[in-house]
Design a protein around this ligand. Structure first.
Ligand code: GLU
Length: 300
């Protein structure tokens, strides 16, 4: 059973896009769900740009994302934060984890590891590798980390057997999403993470990091992925088009329906902000389906 909606305005939610591309319909579903879940209880809703990976950033994507959110009527609290401004915090944590022996330098190349699909085989775990040109991996315990997602239900992963020691700073010095997201959610006081189900299997790693660093664990709601008629997840090869400003009202209505929420005919002519204002008091996370077919998402 999904847990009940939080009933206080201590709620802090966030939308945390990566500027590797424009927002598309799947991002809209995640943004809308996190926004409505926060506003329905009078909570705050933050915007965080996860710009950790400049080589993979698409020029102009940050501005385009902000403009799309504005055109779709979203209003966030405070100013947008950028992960690119937080490097000192991530670095300090890496150094602490290394000092405490909880993380270690790894010199294995991608090529070497190709022969070992599955969890990292731990070659550098106790090898005392030098720091120079090394990736930094976090030692994971031989334990299962579980949680109950508000939509997807119980989910767990055995970190030792299924995940393995994972990278928290890459060889090229870039910080990994898993570390940054946990530090930033805690720093911003996020109580509720609402995001796409593609991140469900990142969550046990994040739970471990939260436990290790003594950070509070937010509640999680993973919105459904879109499933193809043959039962496969919508692959990366499927490119849904960037959100267009003039499509805001119809796409917001489509996203509401995809999330199992009510809509009304008079909204067809409403402004995007009016659609959101209408949807806030009617939000019911219990109506969100666990999966969505292409047809249900009305993409075909
Ligand atoms: N930046 C991630 C993405 O765009 C989302 C991170 C999160 O919501 O935890 O996929």
């Amino acid at each position: 059973m999904p847990s009940p909606l939080p009933s206080t305005s201590n709620y802090i939610g966030r939308f945390a896009p990566t500027p590797s591309g424009y927002l598309h319909f799947g991002s809209l579903i995640a943004a809308l769900a996190s926004y409505l879940d926060a506003r329905a209880v009078g909570g705050r809703w933050l915007l965080r740009m996860e710009d950790l990976d400049p080589p993979r950033e698409m020029p102009g994507a940050q501005d385009a994302i902000v403009q799309a959110l504005e055109a779709y009527g979203f209003e966030w609290d405070g100013s947008m934060q950028r992960q690119s401004k937080r490097h000192a915090v991530y670095e300090e944590m890496i150094e602490r984890l290394l000092r405490e022996g909880l993380a270690y330098p790894c010199l294995c190349s991608r090529k070497q590891l190709e022969a070992y699909p599955g969890p990292y085989p731990g070659f550098c775990r106790d090898a005392g590798q030098p720091l120079e040109n090394a990736a930094i991996r976090l030692r994971v315990p031989n334990l299962e980390y579980r949680f109950t997602d508000r939509v997807q239900g119980k989910f767990g992963q055995h970190l030792g057997r299924e995940v393995g020691d994972f990278v928290i700073r890459r060889r090229d010095g870039l910080f990994a999403y898993q570390l940054a997201v946990v530090l930033d959610d805690a720093w911003q006081g996020v109580t509720d993470v609402v995001r796409g189900a593609d991140l469900l299997d990142s969550t046990p790693r994040q739970l471990y990091l939260q436990e290790l660093l003594g950070l509070p664990q937010p509640r999680y709601l993973h919105v459904p992925l879109i499933i193809q008629p043959d039962g496969h997840k919508l692959g990366k090869s499927y490119r849904s088009p960037p959100l267009q400003p003039e499509q805001a009202t119809p796409l917001l209505l489509r996203a509401l329906r995809a999330l199992g929420q009510p809509t009304a005919p008079e909204l067809n002519d409403a402004l995007p902000g009016e659609v959101l204002a209408w949807a806030v008091p009617r939000w019911d996370a219990d109506l969100i389906p666990r999966t969505l077919t292409l047809a249900e998402a009305q993409l075909v």
